[in-house]
Design a protein around this ligand. Structure first.
Ligand code: TYD
Length: 221
């Protein structure tokens, strides 16, 4: 089992990198926040890696194509393909970076599967979580930022439909939002919920503030 991150000793005896995940519904504005955080950390001289799921490895990119743009599949098959993507991504990219002391900022992670396949597809959140946790060897983020917008606002922002998940209806996206918010409310020390509607810089400032408060990054110099 791979240990959680959060300041444990890195392989070389140094500090492990922090593991920060952004979650939210389609069109919430996560990717903008990921970009702003990565730039801010790089400006502070923090070694940082930006990555995303599904994707982030050659196998992950092939799975991404299948699962987002392929033929219809069963909900369990979908959950397993997302799990395979995560397994490869953690083994090849995330864990080595954290061990080397690099902070990893990841666009979606285990909670996306629990929300989309567990709550959205109705496979069952607990079952999906067990499978995904197994796939990632138990590696948990130090902080998960949930960027929250209503399904209506998400749909308005993303415009045309880009993939199989986005194409799902109102109830599907509402279940996903509820899942993220419930999850964050149940574990406030591991989650930050930010309203995704204000100016992106204002949201970014809240994220930095929380990362500093949690000592996942040092103060700006
Ligand atoms: P993507 O194009 O990466 O867009 P974004 O993250 O900006 O919405 O789409 C990934 C889609 O895959 C998104 O609809 C959420 C979904 N997804 C799952 O259903 N399960 C998962 O485990 C992950 C990582 C993503």
């Amino acid at each position: 089992m791979i240990a959680s991150s959060g300041g444990a000793q890195a392989d070389g005896g140094g500090r492990r990198g922090a593991f920060v995940v952004f979650e939210g519904g389609d069109g919430a504005g996560k990717s903008t926040q990921v970009q702003l955080l990565v730039e801010a950390l790089a400006d502070r001289g923090v070694p940082v890696l930006r990555t995303r799921q599904p994707g982030g490895t050659p196998l992950g990119n092939a799975l991404r194509d299948l699962v987002l743009h392929g033929d219809p599949m069963s909900a369990r098959a979908e959950a397993l393909l997302f799990a395979a993507d995560k397994a490869q991504h953690v083994a090849d990219v995330i864990e080595p970076a954290l061990s080397a002391g690099t902070t990893v900022v990841c666009d979606r992670y285990v909670d996306s599967s629990v929300a989309y396949q567990g709550a959205g597809r109705g496979v069952g959140a607990d079952e999906v979580e067990r499978v995904q946790d197994w796939a990632v060897g138990g590696l948990a983020p130090d902080l998960t930022v949930v960027v929250d917008v209503t399904p209506d606002e998400g749909r308005r922002r993303r415009g045309q439909v880009h993939d199989r998940l986005e194409a799902e209806g109102e109830d599907f996206h509402a279940a996903i939002r509820t899942h993220f918010l419930d999850r964050a409310a149940a574990h406030p020390t591991r989650y930050l919920v930010v309203d995704g509607t204000p100016d992106p810089q204002a949201i970014h400032a809240r994220v930095l503030e929380r990362l500093e408060a949690d000592r996942l990054i040092g103060p700006a110099t």
